[in-house]
Design a protein around this ligand. Structure first.
Ligand SMILES: [Zn+2]
Ligand SMILES: [Zn+2]
Length: 279
């Protein structure tokens, strides 16, 4: 498994690869703008060229972009839906400019609507996105913890969305280990992990899985509360992650950690921990 982290873009894209190398990334993820706003300043041509040149020699691959947290493709609010579609299209366009092949988006929040209605809207909005977005970029749906009104915490939700998408080869899935566990999918034992993967394969298909987000969970199994924690120090634990990183159905995948980071040492320790679990 190739490991990496979510990397800050502070100071421009030209600084991203250096920062990623500093924490030993073999793969990485970043935002293309502030994840808590709708605004995006146009990409700077020189900055993009320096990023692309750096990336080529860095050996870091594959690279992922994460969409804004404000995006909600499940919303019943027309204005928010339009903004969300525009934001995802813009980010896919930015991915193309940066030479990145994947954009990650959370499935969404139903708010007051039923889950079934929400899933129909997610699929409809993704179809709108794919009509406008560059076809070199794959849109990856991330499973959720099922916190609040989130949809996408069970595999049937992801299946129902993909079934309604016209261009199925343009979408894939990211599984976040903390979200899986918090949503009530067992990962701590060999039997539990095998069952979870068998269920995912039968429902969605392992062929659609492009990435793992490797996060331990600060909250209990089935809590439906999303709190990422340091590898091995949360409720999934070291044994759980040992099973995950060595699993024959998973070990070919990239694994990105979105673990808490107060300093460089946090990332370095989490990387050392996860690497130490590989057989
Ligand atoms: Zn995640
Ligand atoms: Zn999360």
């Amino acid at each position: 498994m190739r490991f990496g982290f979510h990397i800050s873009i502070a100071g421009g894209f030209a600084r991203v690869c250096g920062r990623a190398r500093e924490v030993g990334c073999q793969t990485m993820q970043f935002f293309t703008r502030s994840p808590r706003g709708w605004k995006s300043t146009p990409l700077d041509k020189d900055d993009v060229e320096r990023f692309r040149a750096d990336l080529k020699v860095s050996g870091i691959s594959p690279v992922f972009v994460h969409a804004s947290y404000l995006v909600n493709l499940a919303t019943a609010d027309r204005t928010l839906a339009d903004r969300s579609v525009d934001s995802v299209v813009t980010d896919m366009e930015r991915c193309r400019c940066l030479g990145v092949n994947y954009l990650i988006v959370h499935v969404g929040r139903a708010v007051a609507a039923s889950q079934a209605e929400a899933l129909v809207r997610v699929a409809g909005n993704i179809n709108r996105v794919l009509k406008q977005a560059p076809d070199t970029v794959v849109l990856l749906l991330e499973n959720t913890a099922g916190m609040g009104s989130e949809v996408g915490y069970c595999f049937e939700h992801i299946r129902d969305i993909i079934e309604q998408i016209g261009k199925k080869d343009r979408v894939g899935v990211v599984l976040d280990t903390a979200h899986l566990f918090e949503a009530g999918h067992e990962l701590r034992t060999k039997q539990g992990l095998d069952d979870t993967l068998r269920c995912f394969d039968a429902t969605v298909g392992l062929g659609r899985l492009h990435l793992l987000h490797l996060n331990d969970s600060k909250t209990d199994f089935g809590s439906r509360v999303d709190r990422h924690w340091h590898i091995g120090k949360g409720k999934i634990g070291l044994e759980g992650f040992q099973g995950i990183v060595n699993h024959p159905l998973l070990r070919h995948l990239p694994g990105i950690m979105e673990t808490p980071r107060k300093s460089l040492e946090d990332d370095l320790r989490n990387l050392k921990t996860i690497k130490g679990l590989v057989n």
